[in-house]
Write a protein that binds this ligand. Structure first.
Ligand code: TPP
Ligand code: MG
Length: 436
């Protein structure tokens, strides 16, 4: 397969500097044996300098690093933590969250094919390192906005598995009382501001949440308000106008937001390379005056290091960051997709880069955990997911009257029946037995 990014990035406008220092290949912490298909800056100088001929403003910032493909810093060695990116506790937390995402989605596939879920269901298998790498660093008050591929973002943000499963089953115990279904997870309590079926719709919502945070701190003088927003969306969505409008506003107003592109190379059956004039999405950050970063999205530790910098930068009031995570979905676009378009060799290449296997290997290689500890997590999550299914399956269906709640349309729009009365006034209408 041809390299995705073949041209070197040489002419970029310098955005406000993000404190990422590139690490030589030899110092990489990833132990994945397979090289990435994406090597935007491979064999090129990682220090991208301001194009001297360009008259665009440099925002008075330093002119060193704009973006790097491999941003993980080599941590300082201490007697208790020799050269490790994570502690044992952090490793276990990351592993548990990724296993939860994976097991939950595998169970969704089973339940979908048993007819327990309706409509489209899009699974997240393969992309767990992105959700876990970012969301596990967030506070409850921080906001997350997702797409239709939203179950795992909801779980990482702390929405209980039983509330997500019940939502998928369309039951009253779901996080949206069964009214949203797979593509519309929402939880006010967890500041999960929604999954969005229309691509790109979540980006302005996340931008608005970031604006709220800044407004509360700077205008309403709530000094402790340092809430950050994280918007997750796909490569296909990054060709949508709302993405560019929000990059502009976020940079202009220095909003506390991180734009996270989960570039899984495909938008349904459309290859990213065929659909996008400049396929290096991270480059669009500097174009709007913010740092753009590319990271291996199959490596949760690399994602986490990049996420730390970007989230902290937003929290310090230094503005937005665009992060492009190179990842891959292990299943079809949705459970209705036979997944016949993608090349089997591409699929098997990424299968060898499973982010869960990679984390496990890192922890074993560094003697952080034992096999028994990981098995115990797997067993716990297995039981939790089973319990979520039992809970969902035994939960009540919403009453039909719920159909007319929370709708903007005048229910009289349903028309007048042969008896001259509005159909919606017939009690049988909400019972679903009226003749309409
Ligand atoms: C506004 C809008 N246009 C078109 C669609 C149809 N659509 C559904 S998914 C999708 C592709 C999105 O791909 P990407 O952003 O890469 O996300 P991925 O599915 O890969 O996670 C499209 C075009 C839509 N949902 N909303
Ligand atoms: Mg995609």
């Amino acid at each position: 397969m041809a390299s995705t990014f073949s041209t070197p990035a040489t002419k970029l406008i310098q955005p406000p500097s993000l404190n990422f220092s590139p690490t030589p290949t030899t110092n990489r912490t990833s132990r994945s044996p397979i090289k990435s298909l994406f090597h935007p800056l491979k064999n090129h100088n990682h220090k991208l300098r301001l194009n001297k001929c360009n008259s665009a403003p440099s925002h008075g910032q330093s002119t060193t690093v704009v973006a790097v493909s491999d941003t993980v810093k080599k941590p300082k060695s201490t007697p208790t933590l020799p050269n490790l990116l994570i502690t044992k506790e952090e490793g276990l937390e990351l592993y548990e969250d990724m296993i939860l995402g994976r097991y939950f989605e595998d169970m969704c596939a089973q339940m979908y094919y048993r007819g327990k879920m309706f409509g489209f269901v899009h699974l997240y298998n393969g992309q767990e390192a992105v959700s876990t790498g970012f969301i596990k660093l967030l506070k409850q008050q921080d906001s997350v906005v997702s797409t239709y591929r939203d179950h795992v973002h909801a779980l990482s943000k702390g929405v209980p598995a039983r509330a997500v499963m019940s939502e998928l089953f369309g039951r009253t115990t779901g996080c949206c009382r069964g009214q949203g279904g797979s593509m519309h997870m929402f939880s006010k309590e967890h500041n999960l501001l929604g999954g969005f079926a229309f691509i790109g719709e979540g980006i302005p919502v996340a931008t608005g949440a970031a604006f709220t945070s800044k407004y509360r701190r700077e205008v309403l003088k709530e000094d402790d308000c340092d809430h950050v927003s994280v918007a997750f969306f796909g490569d296909g969505t990054a060709n949508n106008g709302q993405f560019f409008e929000c990059l502009n506003m976020a940079a202009l107003w220095k909003l506390p937001i991180v734009f996270v592109v989960e570039n899984n190379l495909w938008a349904i059956g459309m290859s990213h390379l065929r659909a996008t004039s400049v396929p290096e999405i991270w480059k669009k950050g500097p174009a709007f005056g913010m740092p753009g970063v590319h990271v291996d999205g199959m490596d949760v530790l690399k994602v986490r290091e990049v996420a730390k910098e970007a989230i902290n930068r937003a929290r310090r009031g230094e503005g937005p960051t665009l992060v492009e995570c190179e990842t891959y979905r292990f299943r079809g676009h949705s459970l209705a997709d036979p997944d016949e378009l993608r090349d089997p060799s591409e699929k098997s290449h990424y299968a060898t880069r499973d982010p869960i296997t990679a984390l496990k290997k890192y922890m074993f290689d560094n003697n952080l955990v034992s096999e028994a500890e990981l098995k115990a997590i797997e067993k716990k999550i297995d039981e939790l997911v089973e319990e979520a299914v039992e809970f969902a399956d035994s939960s009540p269906h919403p009453p039909r009257t719920q159909l007319l709640e929370n709708v903007f349309a005048d229910p009289r729009g349903f028309g007048i029946g042969p008896d001259g009365k509005y159909r919606c006034e017939d009690p049988k209408f909400t019972e679903g037995t009226a003749h309409v």
